[in-house]
Design a protein around this ligand. Sequence first.
Ligand SMILES: [Zn+2]
Length: 400
Amino acid sequence: MTKRIFDDAPLQGGLLAHVQECRPQGKEFCLILDQTIFFPRGGGQKCDEGTIGGIPVLDVYEEEGEICHIIPKAPEGDEVLCRIDLGTRLSHMQHHTAQHLISAAAWQLFQNLTIIARMEDPWGHIEFQRPMEDEELLALLRRVEEVVKADLPIFCRYYTPEQAAQMDVRGKITPHERIRLVEVEGFDRNACGGTHCPSTGLVGPVRFVGSKMVRGAYRLYFAAGQRAHDFALEQDLRTLRLGKYTEEESPEDCEKHIADALHRLPVLEESVQKLRRQLLEQTAENLFRKASEQEAFPAVLQLLEGWDKKDGKALCDDLIHRGVRFVALGFAEGESLGVIAAQKKSKKMMPLGRALKEFFPAHEGKGGGSDALGQGTVPLSAWDDFAALCAPFLRGEGAE
Ligand SMILES: [Zn+2]
């Protein structure tokens, strides 16, 4: 069994250890030491980064009481110098400890249970049983800040399952022969195998940075320590930048400006929809008149700009519905051209499907369809060829 130095000395960055075993594992090696400062990944916390004998450690995990260090080559000698990146370890510890504090405070204040917690880049997150309103989040953050400010000592101690069962412990205890309880003095006791700050003061600032519902649970994203500080700085900059855009000076004015804009948005969206419907009707009317100039066989070919696929299809349907026998439309967008061609269903239809089937691959495009309707996308330069393809259809050659 590997001795876990990080349990009692979470801020120890270097250690001389003895190699117990070094076995090849695929292209890499699994190194077992008599003792280690490398925390193995698990319980929602990442493993440590660092080197052993100057060789970078790729992964660290626990397997039946042994801690396996994955390294790209075997180290020289039996005694090796282990070094971990203390900055990364501190950030992991601050986030993991902050998670204990947030989960405990949410339980104490609102009996809101933590389902799962993960520390990822750049934020940690906790999934709670129930969503929380602004007032609850504010009270939660205030409570966490109080506990950080009080700089309460944090201890890790091992107990037998029988001893642990007698104690007041928050959350579930996974059955194990030795139970590791993490105690924030006078505040919380929880079973956990991770690395924790020696006292709550070292957690530093805590910020909530986002939230969303995931599979019925309320996921709250948070940052602690330096990352929380960086987040706050970025927020300040964003407020200043927004203030400049909206020509407002205070964060309150800026927020009001944005709230006003958000309220106007649905109204503007609705008028855009209305204008699009009007444009569709007007264009259909114009094209119908153009098609009707050809009295014996009403048909139309037109290149349009600024139309999306859905409106283009609606325009085509409208014209066929009005009695146009053949419709061919192009929709230019930058260097790309959307095309749609349709003919009114009749006993003997012109072979439109076959013509389009050959047209798209021959013009580096995508698309297809039947004799009644075909559509696709080609480069804009293919417009003249598309018009040429449509020429006999526009004259109604072979239709009944
Ligand atoms: Zn923990």
